[in-house]
Design a protein around this ligand. Structure first.
Ligand SMILES: O=C(O)[C@@H](CO)OP(=O)(O)O
Length: 345
């Protein structure tokens, strides 16, 4: 079925679980209501059982929108997002991690950290290539750092995605910013992907090394010391963040904001940085502080994980959009790719 038709189809669902699901009822009109359940803002219209009890009411789900963003994916909304809010064990979602493409300071071999430097031409090409490699993998939400190199990477990668949805940065830095960036067409919302920017995903703050040449720093402080600053878990560079400190904010953000979305069946792409992603990978793969010292991430290489039964399964780096192996990993990925194939026919 085409995406538009999928989006127009409204399904009847049965809610189980009684009033627990209505934890934060927002509105209770005559025959419709809005409530928040498992991170989703849900609008429903009653079909029968006007008792308004949440137990076993028949209703139409008009929209189920992430309470963190204002966009719902039509393919996702009719596939594996559970209609039984107490039974989400079958949920399986994809997580793509991408380190930004080469930046202008990567090219010059300068410590970058929190300095906001754009991509080089090569970095732009890497981001586009990364996008091709993941172009048949579902993406319902994007998280990036607050830094332009990660945001450019996410946006450029999405130009290649076969679903052709438009990534839109969510501005909630002020009430006005939120209000002024509202979208008033449901159809347009359906064709968008929310992009959430978070400083917590920024590169580690490199302190007094920021702007210094890496080679010259080795000459000045010695290879061992510089390696310790760059790759150890708990030794911070002068006035900067250790990987451990970076991990405290990046992993906390991941657990609080991204993991709940995966648990809700949303497919996520995270475009971030060498060290914020190393700390997240350390968490996903349960690496020790010794093991993480050997973890190196190349610029612009996407990494795929499948989230299932509360576990993250590492699926490596998709080589290309038609790579058979990637879609053999899970039924959902194979079905999604099949839907994309049908959409272009
Ligand atoms: O300079 C930086 O910000 C980072 C990433 O480019 O460098 P390193 O690989 O040394 O942690």
């Amino acid at each position: 079925m085409a995406a538009g038709a999928l989006h127009r189809s409204i399904r009847t669902i049965q809610l189980h679980g009684g009033s627990n699901d209505s934890a934060s009822t927002k509105e209770f009109g005559n025959s419709s209501l809005k409530f928040i359940s498992k991170g989703f803002a849900v609008d429903v219209k009653f079909l029968s059982n006007r008792s308004r009890s949440f137990s076993h009411c028949k209703m139409h789900v008009i929209r189920a929108i992430s309470s963190h963003a204002s966009v719902v994916d039509p393919i996702l909304s009719t596939s594996h997002v559970t209609t039984d809010f107490n039974q989400n064990t079958s949920i399986e979602s994809s997580l793509i991690l991408i380190r930004h493409g080469e930046s202008m300071w990567n090219e010059k071999n300068l410590f970058t950290g929190s300095v906001d430097v754009p991509l080089t031409k090569r970095g732009i090409e890497e981001a586009i290539e990364a996008g091709e490699r993941i172009s048949s993998i579902p993406v319902n939400m994007i998280y990036t750092s607050a830094l332009i190199r990660a945001q450019m990477t996410a946006m450029l990668a999405m130009t290649q995605h076969r679903q052709k949805k438009i990534p839109i940065i969510m501005h909630d830095e002020s009430v006005q910013a939120k209000e002024w960036s509202q979208i008033f067409s449901e159809e347009t919302i359906q064709q968008s992907i929310p992009v959430i920017t978070a400083w917590q995903l920024n590169e580690r703050m490199y302190g007094k090394l920021q702007g210094l040449n890496k080679e010259e720093t080795v000459v000045k402080y010695g290879k061992e010391k510089v390696h310790e600053w760059r790759r150890s878990f708990d030794s911070p560079p002068p006035n900067g963040e250790s990987l451990e400190m970076c991990s405290q904010r990046a992993v906390a953000y991941f657990k609080e904001n991204i993991e709940p979305q995966l648990q809700n069946g949303r497919n996520i792409m995270v475009a971030a940085h060498g060290n914020s992603l190393r700390s997240i990978i350390m968490y996903l793969e349960k690496l020790t502080s010794q093991e993480v010292t050997n973890l190196e991430l190349s610029t612009g290489v996407p990494l795929l994980y499948i989230y299932k039964h509360g576990e993250f399964l590492k699926r490596g780096s998709p080589v290309g959009p038609t790579e058979h192996g990637v879609y053999a990993y899970t039924r959902n990925l194979a079905l999604y790719r099949q839907k994309l194939d049908e959409m272009v026919q």
